[in-house]
Design a protein around this ligand. Structure first.
Ligand SMILES: NC(=O)c1ccc[n+]([C@@H]2O[C@H](COP(=O)([O-])OP(=O)(O)OC[C@H]3O[C@@H](n4cnc5c(N)ncnc54)[C@H](O)[C@@H]3O)[C@@H](O)[C@H]2O)c1
Length: 239
């Protein structure tokens, strides 16, 4: 389904990004994984891996250049790098707020900006930003995270308006709770309460999110999605 396409999966060392990288490989794409953490590209069948800190402009520039060196160009960009911490707003340190915004929102901006010139030149590109359902409904102790993810949804819509007529389709995925290392640290008490809230009664698995990213990247499946936020979320939000 993605034969002949190249993809850069940022945040592809773990969780949802890793599952998307593996799914893209399975669909025939040449994939480069980018992450702050070390990753063996062979584990997901990727062509290569680059290290990146998405909060750092220079690091993002080098990572995209490294990916282009490996696979020739970036047709599909997935932004899945993210961090999650909890704190009531009244006690939240500015540094905690700023770090979350830097990784979860500014990182998306920097990665999009870096791949766009090539996509626009070629007249084809797909950008898939991993937001969160918390960006739609908010979350206790998660004002920083929810604000960043709401920002990703707004960025996605705005960029989609700017570039879709030139062949670059930009969309977001807002998963519900997914069993990945990101949620491992959350208390069992919270997880049990959260499961009880979900119509499906369970968290999702990364492999259950990846097919949505395949759809958005594919032709013709993704051709009519522009600035949308798709919700593989166990029914947590029904916008
Ligand atoms: N797990 C969930 O319940 C859930 C739900 C909704 C949305 N999300 C979003 O999905 C995305 C993936 O999360 P996940 O659950 O797979 O978590 P994860 O922790 O398994 O993966 C996140 C990846 O981002 C990388 N990363 C973190 N900071 C980085 C930085 N500064 N530069 C480069 N890479 C960095 C990490 O090294 C890691 O590989 C995130 O954006 C997250 O907010 C997750």
């Amino acid at each position: 389904m993605l034969q002949g396409r190249t993809a850069l999966v940022v945040g592809g060392a773990s969780g949802i990004g890793r599952a998307i990288a593996a799914a893209y490989v399975g669909c025939g794409a040449a994939v480069v994984v980018a992450d702050r953490a070390a990753v063996d590209p062979a584990e997901v069948g990727a062509v290569g891996a680059v290290r990146v800190d998405v909060t750092d402009e220079g690091s993002v520039r080098e990572a995209v250049a490294g990916a282009v060196e490996m696979v020739g160009r970036v047709d599909i960009l997935v932004n899945s790098a993210g961090i999650l911490t909890e704190s009531p707003l009244v006690k939240m340190e500015l540094a905690t707020w700023a770090e979350t915004l830097a990784v979860d929102l500014t990182g998306v901006f920097l990665c999009c900006r870096e791949v766009l010139p090539g996509m626009l030149e070629r007249g084809w590109g797909r950008i898939i930003n991993i937001a969160s359902q918390l960006g739609i409904k908010g979350g206790h102790g998660l004002a920083h995270y929810a604000a960043a993810k709401a920002g990703v949804i707004g960025l996605t819509k705005s960029l989609a308006l700017e570039v879709s007529a030139r062949g670059v389709l930009v969309n977001a995925i807002a998963p519900g709770p997914i069993d990945t290392p990101m949620v491992e640290g959350i208390t069992e008490e919270w997880k049990t309460a959260k499961r009880a809230e979900l119509p499906l009664g369970r968290f999702g698995r990364p492999e259950e999110v990846a097919p949505t990213a395949v759809l958005l990247a594919s032709d013709p499946g993704g051709n009519l999605y522009v600035g949308q936020t798709l919700g593989p979320n166990s029914g947590d939000v029904m916008p």
